[in-house]
Every structure is written in structure tokens, then in C-alpha cells.
Design a binder for this molecule. Structure first.
Ligand SMILES: Cc1ncc(C[n+]2csc(CCOP(=O)(O)OP(=O)(O)O)c2C)c(N)n1
Length: 311
């Protein structure tokens, strides 16, 4: 399934469906949080490394309501997954800056967040078999939940992903594997690293597959609701390929893409498109979320550092 409500010939943006106030607020919370984080990193406030999900916000905002209740296994680019699930920027920022009140007391940092219903890892592919284990537990204990593993397309280079897909399908586990296909892994374009297709990988195991692309959150949710519900109902795992774009660097300042490519990505990004489609509503929510993130930054940085990380 794809949604491109954008082009009607030429290069003219004609009609983008701006999501509900709540969805737009969440998109903007994630966007401003990630942008603030890069500034904080440059000023030396971030403990450890970080990868932002700038450009990819539509993925967790679309999927999270469909996946609840779930146990989510996130990855190195997981702030959007966390904020969509818990909506708590302060606990996340405190974690990333090793201030008191962080999600896991400053021990996890950006890549290793843990709380009930959510676990992230910076080791590519590591979460996928763990998510299968959780899915099997859900099945055996009769819980109507799904286990979700978010991975990038580059992580399809990890063999354990295929062992897991095989067993998940064989055992009809309630596992949703979300591949955020942003067309690049660190500095390697997907076309230079992946033979075949993501759909073909799912087909090889007889696993159900859904494709999503675009920024029309309402439409995408309507299309994805049934496949996810079928996994919850016991029909076995689902692989969702969500085509998206990484707007920022891989981590911090390490973007090797051509300026023209980045210009195109910025132009096609949801932020300017939604701003153009509904300027007043967008500006109102945008300003509110900017202020919210500014306040969170000020409040969290005023907290004491976690003593054991006060180097
Ligand atoms: C097992 C393992 N190998 C290498 C790395 C280093 N590494 C971190 S992110 C990354 C690229 C991941 O690309 P992809 O899965 O496409 O996700 P994206 O960064 O595009 O979101 C690499 C190679 C790692 N974290 N884990």
C-alpha cells in the first residue's frame, strides 16, 4: 500500500492530508525533541552516543495505536518509538543526559532503554529473536498482545533475523517485524547492500507482508489495522516494510549523502508539507510543541546528574 497524495503533475504540492491534532502533536514532539538533542550533544550534554529518527517520525506515530497492547523491541534509532508509546520526553531526556529521573537511571542511554513494555538495543538484529521469545510467551499465556521488533533495512544483513522469521512463521507467533526502510545503512545505500527484496524475504518463509509508504497517517492506519489484527488473533507473524527517509545524519554530523539528495529529502519531508497544507493549525501545534521541548530541556538540565555518572 502506498499513499502519495502529493503530486498532481509538475512539482506542485497539491494536497497533503494533515493528521489529527494529537497525531500532529506527537510528530512535532518527536521532531523538536530530536533536533534539541543534536544541539545538546554539540554542547556536551549528552551522555554517550545518539542516533535521531529525524524524518522517520511517521512510522511510530502511525503504528503505535495499532500495536497497543504490545511489547516493543526498539533499536539504536528508537526515541520516536519510545515517545510514541509513552509520550514522556522528560524521562527520555533525563536518561540521555544522565540526569536523575531517567528511564533507567542513566544506565541505558540512547540505545539501551528499558521499561515495562519497551526494550531497545544498539546491537543490530539482537532484538529480533528476543521479540520472538516474548511473542511465544504471549501466545502460550493466552495474552492478546503482539511483540514488535523495529529494525532498519541494513539489519536485514544479520542472519539471526532469518532464523527468527523461520521459527516465528513455523510457530505462528504473534510477532510484528517492522522494517523501517530508509534506503541507507550508516553510509551504504540499500541498493548496494541488499539482493532481492524485503517482500521476497517474507515470502520465502510464507510470512504475511505489508508495505507502507507516505505520510497520510489516517490512511496508512486503516490499511495496516487488519494485517496487525490478524497477527494478534493468532494468524502468525507479519512483516511490515515501511518506506521512510532519514533526514538527519546516521548519528551526529556523519552524513555523506550529496547536498542535492538532502535537499530533496527536506523538500519531501512531512514538516514543510503539513505546514503548507494547513498553516494555521500547524503553526499553533508546532509552537506549542517547541515550547514544550524547550521547557523539558530547561527542566531536565536543572536536575542533578546521576551521581555515579558524574565524571
Ligand atoms: C551487530 C552490529 N553491527 C554493526 C553495528 C554498527 N551499526 C550501528 S547502526 C548501523 C547501521 C544500521 O542500518 P539500518 O539497520 O538500516 O538502520 P538505520 O541506521 O538506517 O536506521 C550499523 C552498521 C551495530 N550496532 N551492531
Amino acid at each position: 500500500m502506498t499513499t502519495t497524495s502529493r503530486m498532481l503533475g509538475g512539482d506542485q504540492a497539491v494536497h497533503d492530508v494533515v493528521p489529527s491534532d494529537d497525531d500532529l502533536a506527537l510528530l512535532l514532539l518527536i521532531r523538536h525533541f530530536e533536533q534539541a538533542l543534536l544541539h545538546l550533544f554539540a554542547r556536551g550534554h549528552v551522555s554517550g552516543t545518539t542516533h535521531t529518527c529525524l524524518g522517520q517520525e511517521v512510522v511510530p506515530v502511525t503504528l503505535t495505536p495499532l500495536l497497543t497492547p504490545a511489547f516493543v523491541f526498539s533499536n539504536h534509532r528508537g526515541h520516536g518509538h519510545y515517545l510514541a508509546q509513552f509520550g514522556e520526553p522528560a524521562s527520555l531526556l533525563a536518561e540521555l543526559t544522565a540526569r536523575v529521573g531517567g528511564v533507567c537511571d542513566g544506565r541505558g542511554g540512547s540505545q539501551h532503554l528499558f521499561r515495562e513494555g519497551f526494550c531497545a538495543t544498539g546491537v543490530q538484529g539482537e532484538s529480533v529473536p528476543a521479540a520472538l521469545g516474548m511473542a511465544l510467551n504471549m501466545k502460550r499465556t493466552g495474552r492478546s498482545e503482539v511483540a514488535v521488533a523495529y529494525i532498519g533495512d541494513g539489519t536485514l544483513g544479520e542472519g539471526v533475523v532469518y532464523e527468527t522469521m523461520n521459527m516465528a512463521q513455523l510457530w505462528r507467533a504473534p510477532l510484528v517485524l517492522v522494517v523501517e526502510n530508509n534506503g541507507i545503512a550508516q553510509t551504504t545505500a540499500t541498493v548496494n547492500a541488499m539482493a532481492g527484496s524485503i517482500a521476497g524475504r517474507a515470502a520465502a518463509f510464507g510470512m504475511r507482508y505489508a508495505y507502507a509508504e507516505g505520510i497520510d497517517i489516517t490512511y496508512l492506519r486503516a490499511e495496516l489495522a487488519d494485517p496487525i489484527e490478524r497477527t494478534r488473533a493468532g494468524e502468525g507473524p507479519l512483516l511490515i516494510e515501511f518506506r521512510t527517509d532519514r533526514l538527519g545524519p546516521h548519528s551526529k554530523g556523519d552524513d555523506t549523502r550529496e547536498a542535492a539528495v538532502l535537499d530533496r529529502l527536506r523538500r519531501d519531508d512531512w514538516y514543510p508539507r503539513f505546514a503548507a497544507a494547513e498553516p494555521e493549525r500547524f503553526a499553533r501545534i508546532d509552537q506549542r510543541q517547541r515550547r514544550l521541548v524547550d521547557q523539558v530541556v530547561d527542566e531536565v538540565l536543572s536536575r542533578p546528574r546521576v551521581p555515579e555518572y558524574d565524571r
